[in-house]
Design a binder for this molecule. Structure first.
Ligand SMILES: Cc1ncc(COP(=O)(O)O)c(C=O)c1O
Length: 439
């Protein structure tokens, strides 16, 4: 596979763009970070003329695939009238209203630009509402890169870390992060109900919020144990703690009403981003009247020059319209595609005697190489063979399939039978050519 042009462009970019890429994560792609020439439907093309079936989907947002005609049309229409005004416009009302109709937890919403900002806002609302400071977050979850929440994962074995202290140490995730920024974070292992209950009860006077991904998409697509989120909901309610579901990945992906509708659990606040506007920058926080009204009362500031611009609200309306068509048929299709792919991947691993797991909670799934019988905790996820998988992702590129080097796959409404067939053929080709993957 030729990637000469991508390599050349990275060289050139590195002269002007710090790190050569626009977000640190993108530097990890091997053999080199690719330069896109364009995308159509479920396929993306690079500047060397390679075509890929795309499961990266821009790290999740492209739930309609690339260049979806309905989205293009709405965005183009909106742009003709002006992109952003610093004044109010009808699109904001239309989208806010739609979100309150679709999301069980949403009495009101606020708009922002990225998932990171939505999380910042949700934490601010929770602290202002409760008058408390601490926030419980979980090992293996990702909530964006703001100083207030970004932590590294120094030890995958959360249980040993937790031994004396009941909680892990939240260590700043990057150089330059304020040393004190995580003083208010209590880091717990996820899916451990007793430890959560003990911590919440013991420290109820200090804890403003619990923030959780409803499915641990960022580390293995691990689903909540039976009753875990229900119990989290019950406890937080009882103890005067705000429950925040970070649905930046699961929102509009596990269903139009997000994971919380699917699971039948209503959090106090929800963050969303990624799929919401199908690839145009837009995020939001939704929640209950009494918390969201802090904004109306002027007790919590919510700012952002480009918040709710016409392009982003038009894009989101197009996405929600497409996803909502035919009574949610798009979800049934995406689920089926993801299930078939996951099953196909499992079968091929078995056929080639490769030890691995696919955790597939919906149209997002995680494939990993591991000798463990299951991955239902973050410490198990930490024991997968990440280097082997990254090599697999590299080899898949040469077979015409773009997957994230960390194992997470996204499916869109335009992935179909042809993509499944091409993908499984590519996987079989890699497994049969490279015996290094076999046990
Ligand atoms: C669950 C979750 N929350 C928040 C974020 C941050 O979103 P953004 O990258 O748009 O800032 C992400 C990004 O991957 C995420 O997965």
């Amino acid at each position: 596979m030729k990637v000469d042009k991508s390599r050349q462009m990275l060289d050139e970019a590195s002269r002007y763009l710090a790190g050569g890429v626009a977000s640190s994560l993108r530097a990890a792609m091997k053999p080199t970070p690719l330069y896109a020439a364009g995308g159509r439907g479920a396929r993306v093309y690079d500047v060397d003329g390679n075509e890929y079936v795309d499961y990266l989907l821009a790290y999740g947002p492209l739930i309609l695939g690339h260049s979806h005609p309905a989205l293009n049309e709405r965005v183009n229409q909106a742009m003709q009238k002006g992109y952003t005004f610093g004044l109010q416009h009808e699109g904001e009302i239309e989208l806010a209203k739609r979100l309150t109709e679709l999301l069980p937890c949403a009495d009101k919403v606020v708009f922002s630009g990225s998932g990171t900002e939505a999380v910042m806002m949700a934490l601010r609302l929770a602290r202002a509402y409760t008058g408390k400071q601490k926030v419980v977050r979980f090992h293996g979850h990702y909530h964006g890169w703001s100083d207030a929440i970004f932590t590294s994962f120094p030890s995958p074995d959360m249980k040993s870390k937790a031994a004396g202290s009941d909680s892990g140490e939240a260590v700043p995730g990057t150089g330059g992060q304020s040393e004190n920024s995580l003083d208010d974070i209590i880091l717990l292992p996820w899916n451990e109900p007793e430890l959560l209950e003990r911590t919440l009860r013991d420290r109820r006077e200090e804890i403003a919020a619990v923030i959780t991904e409803p499915v641990m998409c960022n580390s293995g697509c691990i689903s909540p144990q039976k009753g875990y989120l229900e119990n989290m909901r019950k406890l937080t309610e009882q103890l005067g703690i705000v429950l925040i579901f970070d649905e930046v990945i699961t929102g509009f992906r596990l269903g139009l009403g997000g994971a919380h509708e699917r699971f039948g659990i209503v959090p106090d606040l929800m963050t969303m981003g990624k799929a919401l506007a199908g690839g145009i920058a837009l995020s939001a926080v939704a929640g209950k009247h009494d918390i969201m009204n802090l904004v109306a009362e002027g007790r919590v500031d919510h700012l952002g020059t480009l918040n709710g611009n016409t392009v982003s609200t038009a894009a989101a309306m197009a996405v929600l319209d497409e996803l909502g068509k035919d009574d949610g048929a798009a979800y049934a299709r995406m689920e089926k595609i993801a299930e078939t792919l996951a099953e196909g991947l499992r079968n091929l691993m078995q056929k080639y005697n490769i030890q691995g797991i696919v955790n597939q909670p919906g149209p997002v799934f995680h494939m990993m190489f591991t000798d463990q019988p299951e991955v239902v905790h973050f410490d198990q996820f930490g024991r997968r063979d990440a280097a082997k998988y990254s090599r697999f992702a590299e080899l898949m590129l040469a077979e015409g399939v773009l997957i994230r080097p960390n194992g997470l796959w996204y499916v869109s409404i335009v992935h179909g039978e042809r993509e499944i067939a091409d993908t499984l053929k590519a996987v079989e080709s890699v497994f049969s050519k490279y015996p290094e993957f076999s046990a």
